[in-house]
Ligand binder design. Structure first.
Ligand code: ATP
Ligand code: MG
Length: 345
């Protein structure tokens, strides 16, 4: 994945270009996904359960690699995974806040943890020196500034200072509190581009209103997944839709808000239906012509070469409406159901 560091500007952007992704069993999940979230835009990613939204976010975050196409992100990237809200393991509030912090904070925190563990198991001079070094690296990585930010987050989200909240187990927080804490950290933090996977899940009505306001006022570039119509209508400037299909999910962009999305979606499907109807008509005519020519070619050399040319034309014609992945295109032929080689035989 190509990443460009932006140091002078206050916002970043993200772009997916012709992204292909196959599931471990070989199914195409994303055939040819392309979209861009420009600087400072707040864009929603919508689609049915299992359409591929979380996978798309993981591809953008660089957690998994695409099998084709490219992902570009400029600026620091902050990610809220879908599981936040349902954490049931041993992690503490500090662990959760560290996990959504910038990489240098994550690395410095891991080094402090390891050095503390070493001191507890063998309290010799080497372990003490290593601990002093880890604390110095923590300061260097601006870890104390991060703790000041986390203090604001725990105070706003949990009503208690970081000093008191940091060792509390995340599983003792409600789903909404877990979400709110991570949202506070990402929205107040330094990352310019945020990927939020179902940030409103578990939030109560005042929590959702709070999130809407934060998304409206933020200068960050945000791509968020949601199934909540009100949040989508109030917070998203544009919609990226992921529509499941046999050749992988189709990804398309509606340039307006959610209020006009359904009408745009209906028009889009109607357009495809019309294109498909015309294509089916043309294909039927072509098929008939080829069959007539085949019958006539049996008795004429000149017609035999015309038949061969028509058959090639039929095999290379392509069903309109949806882009397909390169892998799907190689195997599917013109779409008449017979495959590229067997078409109209
Ligand atoms: N590692 C994997 N192995 C097999 N299938 C997978 C794997 N990861 C994802 N999938 C499948 O890919 C599809 C897309 O999953 P994804 O989590 O991206 O969907 P989603 O759009 O985020 O759904 P939801 O709205 O329910 O969160 C699903 O059918 C899922 O079962
Ligand atoms: Mg998901």
């Amino acid at each position: 994945m190509r990443r460009t560091a932006v140091t002078m500007r206050s916002m970043g952007h993200l772009e997916a270009a012709h992204v292909e992704y196959y599931l471990p069993d070989g199914r195409v999940l994303l055939g040819d996904a392309s979209f861009r979230v420009g600087e400072g835009a707040v864009v929603a990613l919508v689609g049915a359960n299992g359409a591929g939204k979380t996978t798309l976010l993981r591809l953008i975050a660089g957690e998994i690699q695409p099998h084709g196409g490219t992902v570009t992100v400029s600026g620091g990237l902050g990610v809220m995974p879908q599981f936040v809200g349902s954490v049931r393991d041993e992690r503490t509030v500090r662990d959760l806040l560290v996990s959504v912090a910038q990489p240098r904070i994550r690395e410095a925190a891991a080094a402090v943890d390891a050095a503390e563990h070493a001191i507890l198991t063998r309290d010799d001079e080497a372990a003490q020196m290593a601990y002093a070094q880890a604390l110095s690296d923590w300061a260097e990585a601006r870890g104390y500034e991060a703790e000041t930010l986390w203090d604001m987050c725990t105070t706003a989200g949990l009503g208690m200072p970081y000093e008191k909240a940091q060792w509390r187990q995340v599983r003792t927080l409600s789903g909404g509190e877990q979400k709110r804490l991570v949202l506070e950290a990402l929205l107040r933090g330094p990352d310019e581009v945020l990927l939020l996977d179902e940030p409103d899940n578990y939030l109560d009505v005042p929590g959702k209103r709070w999130l809407e306001e934060r998304l409206k006022e933020t200068r960050k570039t945000v791509l968020f997944v949601s199934h909540d119509r009100e949040l989508l209508a109030r917070a998203a400037e544009k919609i990226v839709a992921v529509e499941p299909g046999p050749a992988g999910s189709d990804v398309w962009v509606h340039g307006g808000g959610f209020g006009t999305f359904h009408e745009a979606r209906r028009e889009r499907f109607a357009r495809f239906e019309e294109l498909k109807r015309r294509w089916d008509e043309k294909h039927a005519q072509l098929k008939k012509l080829v069959l007539n020519l085949r019958a006539a070619a049996a008795s004429s050399h000149e017609l035999a070469s015309r038949y061969a040319a028509r058959r090639r034309g039929c095999a290379s014609s392509r069903r309109p409406g949806r882009r397909r992945s390169r892998r799907a295109s190689r195997t599917a032929g013109c779409g008449c159901g017979a495959g590229a080689r067997a078409c109209v035989r």
